[in-house]
Ligand binder design. Structure first.
Ligand code: DGI
Ligand code: FE
Ligand code: FE
Length: 194
């Protein structure tokens, strides 16, 4: 049987550091707000937001146990980028341990860090709620908060550009899904201009 919101919150409290737990509550609120604004299911968006970082504070072993148990094979770039693990392991945890049988929630969590090509409304909402939640305070958060209320696609474009810039500044590897998401948005823009 599925758990209630208060039970999920208690589970998250036990699994996450205090700051990360607070972030999860803020992303849940923001995802719900965006769902109401853009016509997605607000309760589902809240739940996806709440659970999206459920394995963020996990030890390496928990991530890799989930990968091997559920047959997920990591590419070299995924193996070497620890920050990417929690999106993959989180979606496995939500699907298989919490038995949440909702592909939209599972897929939104799976792609909340890298994004991907052909994102659904629900996937974009979680991806962007993670950028514009109340607890966030990076340099461009004010612009992102304005853009997310103007258009999800404009906000996606800004967020992906910002992320890729940050990653190249740090000399980090960029996941092919991130590049594919970026290229698709930029190509669409070129076509729209014609
Ligand atoms: O888990 P959060 O901190 O709330 O946010 P997130 O899941 O979006 O993770 C953000 C981190 O993930 C940030 O440090 C950048 C990193 N990241 C995002 N896309 C890529 C990436 N890291 C690599 N190596 N490659 C990517 O494509
Ligand atoms: Fe995350
Ligand atoms: Fe997050």
């Amino acid at each position: 049987m599925e758990m209630k919101i208060t039970e999920y919150k208690n589970l998250l409290k036990s699994r996450l550091k205090e700051k990360r737990y607070y972030h999860s509550l803020c992303v849940a609120d923001e995802a719900k707000r965006l769902a109401l604004k853009y016509g997605a299911d607000p309760d589902k968006a809240y739940l996806a937001g709440l659970l999206h970082d459920i394995t963020k504070n996990s030890e390496e072993k928990e991530h890799f146990d989930l990968f091997s148990q559920y047959g997920v094979i990591l590419s070299p770039i995924e193996k070497s980028s620890q920050k990417l693990w929690h999106a993959m392991s989180g979606s496995l945890y939500v699907k298989n341990i919490l038995n949440i049988d909702d592909e939209e929630i599972i897929s939104a969590i799976r792609y909340h860090t890298t994004a991907k090509e052909d994102m659904s409304l629900f996937e974009k909402i979680l991806y962007l709620a993670d950028f514009t939640s109340l607890d966030r305070d990076y340099t461009d958060v004010d612009i992102m908060r304005i853009l997310v209320d103007v258009s999800l696609d404009k906000a996606m474009k800004y967020a992906l550009t910002y992320t890729i810039k940050e990653l190249t500044d740090k000399g980090a590897a960029i996941h092919p899904d991130t590049i594919a998401a970026y290229n698709q948005i930029m190509l669409k823009e070129i076509q729209d201009d014609i």
